[in-house]
Design a protein around this ligand. Sequence first.
Ligand code: TXA
Ligand code: MG
Length: 338
Amino acid sequence: TKRWFAIDKLQDKQEAIQAAAALLKAGEAVAFPTETVYGLGADATNELAVNKIFEAKGRPQDNPLIVHVATAQQLKELVSEIPPYVDKLLEAFTPGPLTFVLPSNGRCADNVTAGLDSVGVRIPDHPAALSLLKQAAVPVAAPSANLSGKPSPTSADHVWADLQGRIAGVLDGGATGVGVESTVLDCTQPIPIILRPGGIAIEQLEQVVGTVMVDPGLANEHERPRSPGMKYRHYSPDAPLWLVKGSADKLQQVVYKESQKGQRVGVMAASGTIARIEADLKKDLGASLESVATALYDALRMFNSQHVDLIICEAFSEEGIGQAVMNRLKKAASHYIE
Ligand code: TXA
Ligand code: MG
């Protein structure tokens, strides 16, 4: 295993969590692991502390942050209203990768919500995150701990590569599990609306609450997304990324054609496909959609460091967590070959 915590080079887990919690209470920005990706946290009730997040990331001020808490009771302390279906979802999926957008009661600083009258809150399913939140004893605003425009970090090394020198510390809990961010769910309406697909799939939500809608702004680029963050082209790797739907043979044809032009081509695909591909650089994303989600951002960063001219990626099924995977890939892609 890796060193557990990079904060002050402390090896002891409890001491490191205490050190990180003390920094949060003192108004500093600290990165920490969650089950999805690493977050860059700051005291959500402290406007100056929250500003440090925007500065460190280079994040646009109009993009609201998700607030992290340890319990459903703490979530309720930040909002003015809770529809009954939210209680069912809390019961079924928290702690877990589901963010509830609810009417804000104004307890969080104004820059957390970017002036909206709603606030996004979630309870992360990660022991170090929960322990940190309990010890900090404040709600913690935390976007993904990457520079704006880079893939979200799934390891402390990713955080360090982007934010070293810009933040007070990083709590190193090893690689995250889910790999894509939480599902953002608008719960201010009689029927919940998915604003960002993520770790909890629509099929799972529907099993608990019946009908769930999807923000039309997600599928249609002419419609303005209801979640401010979704209008940005996130997750862009340095090299252009082409998404290719179809068989391994079809992927190979595209790879071959572009390699002939003298380009260094990298390919990322699921195990079954990648085994049948020849290319300059290959990344096996694993056999299931879950493992593809886990490996996705690390793969994009790996191609950055290996200086490929072009990345070819297999297009996946949009079932289950595949919806979140394909949402991120479509945003990263410059071409979609169907
Ligand atoms: O898994 C995650 O959600 C990670 C970990 C660190 O918890 N966090 C994360 O945060 O992905 P961030 O800031 O990278 O993405 C937050 C998304 C943005 O698209 C933002 O616009 C949306 O949530 N959001 C936050 N508050 C909102 C609100 N009140 N109304 C609509 N969208 C909101
Ligand atoms: Mg982000």
